[in-house]
Design a protein around this ligand. Structure first.
Ligand code: ARG
Ligand code: ZN
Length: 876
C-alpha cells in the first residue's frame, strides 16, 4: 500500500501535551459556523523527553486566527500538512486559541458537524472532531469540556451538548445561547453538539443510590408518537446495568437525539447519545419484532458505553474492541436476560458464522486488535465488534459469572477516568481468577477462525472412549503462521442408554464448575474408562469459542442430539449439521449435472422437531430454518452461485411439499388475532408462523394466504413477512399494486419507506433494472445512508440472484455506486465494497468479473483512503 499512510500499533507514543480544559464556542450562521476554541495545554509528565512541538489535527477547516498565550501566530509559526498542524517551540504550559470557520451544510461525509433535515448534529468517533477544530484528536488525551452554542432562536430553539446546562439566554438579532459543561474528562471523540427544532419526550430514572436522573429523547415533532419504546428501553438498560454489572449512571441528565442522516447505528457521546432515527423510533404499526429487539439492544449498547467506553476509554484506536467487544457482550447479555437466552445465542452465532467468519477468511481479515490500519473507520467491523464480544464471552465462560463480575468491577474501579488497553482488561480477569491468561491473549493478536478437528474412538472390549482434539488456524495476510489458541470447550458426554451425563471429574483439563475443557495445545487427547457403551459427545456447548468445529460423526448422532441434547444451542446446532451435510452432499451432485434428491431422514428429523412438545415456537423456528446462502457459500470452494441458489430452492420446495399439512396446520394455529405485544412468547409464535408461511410460499398455491395476511395484518411483523414473500413472487401486476398501495399509505413515515425499499431490493424477482428504477423513486436519496443501505446495500448483500448475475451487471452497478459515493461519503462507499471483496469464494467467471470492477474502482484518481485501503488489500 505504497501511496497509503499506514499507522502501526507498535509506533504508539504517549501524547506530548495533555489538556486541562477545553472551552468551545460555536456561532452558528446560515452560511457557516464559527468555532472558537480555548485550550489549556501542559506538557505530559510521562514524556521524559520534554517535547516542545505541539501537533494538532485539523481537516477542512478555514483558519481565521490561531494564537498561543494570546500572541497571534502567523503562517511562518506553523505548518499544516496532511491533517497535522504543527507548532514548534511551545512553552510547557500555555493557552492555545483558534478561530476556525466550517461549512456544515457542505459536509456530506457526515463526520464532524453537519446538517440533517435542517438540524445541526455531530459525529466525532473515530476522527471527526478534527473537522470541527484543531485538536489532539486521539482518545488518550482527555479533557473537561465547556461548550457555548449560539444560533437563531426560531430555527434552532434546541441547543444541546454534553453534560449539564450551565446557562442559557437570549441575544440580539433574535439569537440565543446555551452553555453546557461536562465535568467528566473525556476524549474529543465523545464530544457532541445538536442545534435544531426538536420536541422532547421526558421521564425520570431513580438510581439505586437514590439520585434522580432526567431522561430526554429529542425528535422532530412528527415523530413524538414513536418514542415510548426507546424510553422504556433506556429505563430497562439503566436498571439492568445496575443489577448485573453494578454500574450506576453518573450525570443528572441523559439525552438521546434521533437524526435521519447517520453513517452507522448510534453513538455514545457523553450524556448526549446521537442515534440513527431507525434505531430509536418505533411503534407496533411500523416496527417489526426484530426491529424492536434491535432498538432495545442498541439503546442498551450506547447506554452501557457510559462505563465501558466513556468512564474507561481506549488508549488508541487499535484498542477499539476493548470498548466495543465488551459492550456488545454486555448488550447481548441484556437481551438474553430480558428475552429468550437460547434464541439470542442462536441469533448471535448465526451472525458470527455467516458474516464474521467470512471477514476472517477474506482479504480484510484482522485480529480483534489490529496491528495496523490506514483508515480506522474501516475497522468498525464484525471482527472488532462481534468476535470481540465472543472473546469477552470466552473469558466469562472460563471464569464463570461470579468471578467475571469481580474482574469487571476491578477493571472499572482501577481504570476509571483512564484510557487503557485490551491487556489491562485481560489482566484484571487474570488477577481475580488466578488463571494464567497469557496464551489467551493470542485471541487479540491473531486473525482468522481456528479450526478444531475432533476424532473419537470407542473400544467396546476395554470400555475406553477417546476424544482427540486438533487445532489449527489458516494463514491470513501478514500472519502466515499462528500459535495455538486457548480454546474453552464446554462439553458433556451423553449416555444414550439412560440419557444421563457422564462424570467428567477425572480429567485434568476439565473444569467442573464451568463444565469447560481447556484446549491449549495443537493436539490434545482425553480418555474415559469403564464405559459399557459409546457415549454421544455434546461439544462446544453454547458455542463456547468462535471456532469451526469439524467432527465427522454418524448422522444418527446428530439426530440423537437434535432430539435429546439438553443444551439448547447444541440441539439447534445438531439440526443445522444435518441440514448442512445434506445440502453440501446435494451441492456436489448438482454441480456435476446430477439431480437433486431429498433425504427422507432429514424430513423425519424435521417432522420430529415439529412434533416435539418441549420445544418452544421460537426454538422450532430457529431449528427448522435452513443454513442460508451466504453461510453455505463459505463452506464450498469456488461456489457456483446458480447451482447453490437452485439447490436451496429445490430443497425448500421439497421440505414444503413433504410437510405441507404440518406447515399449514401450524400456520393456521399460530395465526391468531391476539393483541400485539413485543414479548418473547408472541415473538416466538410469529417467527414460527413466518417460517411455516415461507415454506408454503414455495408451493405456488398459497399466494392467496400471503395476500390475505398482508391485508389483515395488524402489526409490522406480519405485514413485512407478507411483503417479503410478495417481493419474491413473479406476479408483477399484483406486486406493483401492493407496493404502490403501501407507499401511498406510509410515505410520510421514513422508517416505513426505508423498510419498503429494502424489502423490494432483496426480492428475488427484483432485477438490476428494478433497482435502478427504485433509485429514481422520489423517496430515494443517495446522500441519506439509510436509503443507500436500504436499496444498494440490500441488493448487494441480500439479493444474490441478481447481484451475482452471470454477465457481471450486478458488480458493475455496485462499482458505479461506490464511485459516486466515494465523492460524497467515503465511509458509506467503503462499506459497500465488502460485497466485491469476497471474490475468492465464487466460480472463476464471477471472480474475474468482481476483480475487474475492483480494478475499475482502483483507477479512480480521487479515491478516498477508506475505499483505497479496502480495494488495495483485496487486490494484493
Ligand atoms: N461507537 C459507536 C458504537 O458502536 C459506533 C461508532 C462508529 N464509528 C465509525 N466511524 N464507524 O456504538
Ligand atoms: Zn459501541
Amino acid at each position: 500500500m505504497s501511496e497509503l499512510n499506514t499507522i502501526y500499533l507498535k509506533d504508539y507514543t504517549a501524547p506530548s501535551f495533555l489538556i486541562e480544559k477545553t472551552t468551545l464556542t460555536f456561532e452558528i450562521f446560515p452560511e457557516y459556523t464559527l468555532v472558537r476554541s480555548h485550550i489549556l495545554f501542559s506538557q505530559n509528565p510521562l514524556r521524559t523527553d520534554l517535547p516542545t512541538q505541539l501537533d494538532l489535527f485539523g481537516v477542512d477547516l478555514e483558519i481565521v486566527s490561531l494564537s498561543i498565550d494570546s500572541i497571534e501566530l502567523s503562517d511562518k509559526h506553523y505548518t499544516w500538512v496532511d491533517e497535522v498542524l504543527c507548532i514548534k517551540n511551545v512553552p510547557t504550559n500555555f493557552l492555545f486559541e483558534a478561530v476556525t470557520k466550517i461549512y456544515p451544510d457542505k459536509n456530506t461525509s457526515l463526520e464532524g458537524l453537519y446538517l440533517s433535515n435542517g438540524m445541526y448534529c455531530t459525529q466525532c468517533e473515530a476522527e471527526g472532531f478534527r473537522k470541527i477544530t484543531f485538536y489532539p484528536d486521539r482518545p488518550d488525551v482527555m479533557s473537561e469540556f465547556e461548550t457555548r452554542i449560539e444560533a437563531d432562536l426560531n430555527d434552532y430553539p434546541t441547543l444541546l451538548s454534553n453534560g449539564n446546562l450551565l446557562d442559557s439566554g437570549e441575544l440580539e438579532n433574535n439569537r440565543h445561547f446555551a452553555v453546557w459543561q461536562d465535568p467528566f474528562k473525556k476524549p474529543c471523540y465523545l464530544f457532541a453538539l445538536v442545534a435544531g427544532d426538536l420536541d422532547v419526550k421526558e421521564d425520570v430514572f431513580t438510581t439505586v443510590e437514590g439520585k434522580k436522573v432526567e431522561l430526554k429523547i429529542f425528535v422532530e415533532s412528527h415523530n413524538m408518537h414513536k418514542t415510548e419504546f426507546a424510553m422504556q428501553s433506556l429505563i430497562r438498560s439503566m436498571k439492568w446495568d445496575e443489577e448485573r454489572f453494578g454500574r450506576v449512571y453518573d450525570l443528572d441528565l441523559f439525552m438521546i437525539v434521533a437524526v435521519d442522516h447517520f453513517n452507522m447505528g448510534a453513538m455514545e457521546n457523553k450524556g448526549l447519545n446521537i442515534f440513527n432515527s431507525a434505531l430509536v423510533l418505533a411503534d407496533e404499526a411500523t416496527t417489526t419484532d426484530a426491529g424492536f429487539e434491535r432498538i432495545e439492544s442498541v439503546i442498551g449498547h450506547e447506554y452501557f458505553h457510559n462505563w465501558s467506553g466513556n468512564r474507561v476509554t481506549c488508549r488508541d484506536w487499535f484498542q477499539l474492541s476493548l470498548k466495543e467487544g465488551f459492550t456488545v457482550f454486555r448488550d447481548s447479555e441484556f437481551t438474553a436476560d430480558l428475552h429468550d437466552r437460547a434464541v439470542k445465542r442462536i441469533d448471535d452465532v448465526k451472525l458470527l458464522k455467516t458474516m464474521q467468519f467470512a471477514e476472517d477468511a477474506g482479504p480484510m481479515a484482522h485480529p480483534i486488535r489490529p496491528s495496523s490500519y490506514v483508515e480506522i473507520n474501516n475497522f468498525y467491523t464484525l471482527t472488532v465488534y462481534e468476535k470481540g464480544a465472543e472473546v469477552v464471552r470466552m473469558l466469562h465462560t472460563l471464569l464463570g459469572e461470579t468471578t467475571f463480575r469481580k474482574g469487571s468491577d476491578l477493571y472499572f474501579d482501577r481504570f476509571d477516568g483512564q484510557a487503557v488497553t485490551t491487556e489491562d482488561f485481560v489482566v484484571c480477569m487474570q488477577e481475580v481468577s488466578g488463571l494464567n491468561l497469557d496464551q489467551f491473549q493470542r485471541w487479540y493478536n491473531q486473525a482468522g477462525t481456528p479450526i478444531v478437528e475432533v476424532f473419537e474412538h470407542f473400544d467396546q472390549a476395554s470400555g475406553k472412549y477417546t476424544l482427540k482434539f486438533k487445532q489449527s488456524c489458516p494463514p491470513s495476510i501478514n500472519q502466515p503462521e499462528k500459535l495455538a489458541f486457548h480454546i474453552p470447550i464446554k462439553m458433556a458426554l451423553m449416555n444414550k442408554a439412560d440419557q444421563t451425563h457422564l462424570d467428567l471429574t477425572a480429567i485434568d483439563e476439565f473444569d467442573m464448575d464451568t463444565q469447560v475443557y481447556h484446549l491449549t495445545q495443537d493436539e490434545q487427547m482425553i480418555t474415559f474408562e469403564n464405559l459399557t457403551s459409546k457415549p454421544v459427545a455434546s461439544l462446544l456447548r453454547d458455542f463456547s469459542a468462535p471456532v469451526k468445529l469439524v467432527f465427522d460423526r454418524p448422522k444418527v448422532e446428530f439426530a440423537y442430539l437434535l432430539a435429546n441434547d439438553d443444551n439448547s444451542f447444541n440441539q439447534f446446532e445438531a439440526g443445522q449439521s444435518l441440514m448442512q451435510s445434506h445440502l453440501l452432499e446435494q451441492y456436489s451432485i448438482l454441480a456435476k449435472g446430477g439431480e437433486y434428491q431429498m433425504d427422507s431422514d432429514l424430513i423425519d428429523a424435521m417432522q420430529s422437531v415439529l412434533a416435539h412438545d418441549e420445544l418452544s415456537d421460537a426454538k422450532k423456528a430457529a431449528i427448522l430454518t435452513l443454513p442460508n446462502f451466504s453461510y453455505l457459500s463459505d463452506q464450498i470452494d469456488q461456489v457456483d452461485v446458480d447451482v447453490l441458489l437452485n439447490l436451496l430452492k429445490q430443497c425448500k420446495t421439497q421440505i414444503a411439499k413433504a410437510l405441507e399439512q404440518q406447515w399449514l396446520d401450524n400456520f393456521n394455529a399460530l395465526n391468531d388475532s391476539v393483541e400485539y405485544a413485543f414479548v418473547a412468547s408472541q415473538v416466538g409464535k410469529r417467527s414460527f408462523k413466518a417460517l411455516c408461511l415461507s415454506y408454503l410460499s414455495y408451493l405456488g398455491q398459497y399466494s392467496g394466504l400471503i395476500t390475505s395476511l398482508y391485508e389483515s395484518a395488524s402489526n409490522m411483523t406480519d405485514r413485512s413477512l407478507a411483503l417479503n414473500l410478495i417481493a419474491n413472487s413473479n406476479n408483477k401486476n399484483q406486486k406493483q399494486a401492493i407496493n404502490a398501495g403501501f407507499y401511498e399509505k406510509w410515505k410520510q413515515d421514513t422508517q416505513m419507506v426505508e423498510q419498503w425499499l429494502s424489502i423490494q431490493s432483496r426480492g428475488e424477482s427484483t432485477s438490476i433494472a428494478d433497482i435502478k428504477a427504485l433509485m429514481q423513486h422520489e423517496s430515494f436519496d443517495i446522500k441519506t445512508p439509510n436509503k443507500v443501505r436500504s436499496v444498494i446495500g440490500s441488493f448487494a448483500m441480500g439479493n444474490p440472484l441478481h447481484f451475482h448475475a452471470k454477465d457481471g451487471s450486478g458488480y458493475e452497478f455496485l462499482a458505479d455506486q461506490i464511485l459516486v459515493l466515494n465523492e460524497l461519503n467515503p465511509q458509506i462507499a467503503s462499506r459497500l465494497c465488502a460485497a466485491l471483496t469476497h471474490f475468492k469464494r465464487y466460480d472463476e467467471n464471477r471472480k474475474l468479473k468482481m476483480i475487474d470492477q475492483l480494478h475499475r474502482i482502483d483507477q479512480c484518481k480521487s479515491l478516498s483512503k477508506d475505499v483505497k485501503e479496502i480495494v488495495t488489500r483485496s487486490l494484493q
